[in-house]
Write a protein that binds this ligand. Structure first.
Ligand code: BG6
Length: 294
């Protein structure tokens, strides 16, 4: 079928020539390339050793119905470890004459097994698309089809590809409060001008702005991250010691990635019966101008 590769992943192409690959396993974006063919998302070279149902290390795993570790649910929820289906109700194929398409609609419903660990009914629709300029857009709509309310947390666990973590900084989170996952979620206030990296970081910046920027000095590239419906931003880099404990992550790969996640992490989202929630992420990668260099 046009638009699917040998592994069953869906291929998207924008009119500008940018591409994305979406795996039905996890509804996970596993590649996003600009019109010059440069890969913009990190995926681990060691991922081959981890087979489904475990999510691939890299790209954009979807964390739902929980972000993090709590109770009996698996870490970051089960959505990233399940097979999603193409959403026939909203075929959204928008194919051009050449057979390429720029968006795909996926759907996840809980299995009986899922409902044993999380006794709720939902329909999770995920639209992944490339804009005409090659920006990557993810829109999640989660509907409560249960007879009672439920609550969840959520993240687009986004592994950006960077040239060297020590040359990267984030702008837009300075002066915010964050919960530090490295010290029992203690609350701190960010002091610095912009966030830079020299050791392990695992933080939830709460009530963060809807637009932030990640500047890669060496690559002269800036990622602009736009979110909507998602109050928090998670920033994670495992650094050297933790990288060595992760079987699906190379010892040195922490230098080439930074996770910056649009998330609802601090406070859960509650949906009453019949209610729907929408959370959006839009990523663009633009060449940096010299004036943003130090
Ligand atoms: C981060 C967590 O968001 O995800 C880390 O805060 C965790 O503690 C990381 O190690 C990766 O999680 P996982 O389950 O994909 O290995």
């Amino acid at each position: 079928e046009a638009g699917r590769d040998g592994d069953g992943a869906v291929l998207l192409r924008s009119p500008s020539g940018a591409t994305a690959r979406v795996s039905l396993h996890g509804g996970q974006v596993v590649s996003w390339k600009n019109d010059r063919g440069d890969e913009l998302l990190f995926t681990s070279s060691k991922q081959a050793i981890m087979k489904p149902p475990k999510a691939m290390r890299g790209g954009i795993p979807i964390c739902f119905p929980q972000f993090g570790n709590c109770g009996t649910l698996e870490r970051h929820g089960f959505a990233r470890n399940r097979m999603w289906a193409l959403d026939e109700e909203h075929p959204g194929l928008s194919r051009s004459d050449s057979g390429s398409r720029s968006l795909v609609d996926l759907i996840l419903k809980p299995s009986e097994e899922d409902q044993k660990s999380w006794p709720h009914s939902f329909e999770f629709r995920l639209r992944i698309s490339l804009t005409k300029d090659g920006d990557l857009s993810l829109v999640s709509r989660i509907r409560n089809v249960n007879g009672k309310p439920f609550s969840f947390s959520f993240a687009y666990h986004t592994y950006l590809s960077v040239s060297d973590i020590s040359e990267v900084r984030i702008e837009g989170l300075e002066t915010l409060d964050y919960l530090d996952n490295l010290s029992q979620r203690e609350r701190h206030t960010e002091q610095g001008d912009a966030i830079t990296f020299e050791s392990e970081v695992d933080r939830v910046y709460v009530s963060s702005p809807n637009v932030i920027a990640v500047l890669d000095h060496e690559k002269k590239r800036t990622f602009v991250i736009r979110k909507d419906g998602l109050p928090d931003t998670v920033v994670w880099n495992p650094w050297e010691k933790k990288a060595k404990t992760m079987a699906d992550f190379g010892d040195e790969e922490y230098k080439q990635t930074l996770c910056v996640d649009a998330a609802a992490a601090e406070r859960p989202i509650t949906l009453r019966p019949g209610e729907e929630w929408t959370g959006r992420l839009e990523l663009s990668a633009v060449p940096s101008t010299n004036c943003s260099d130090h």
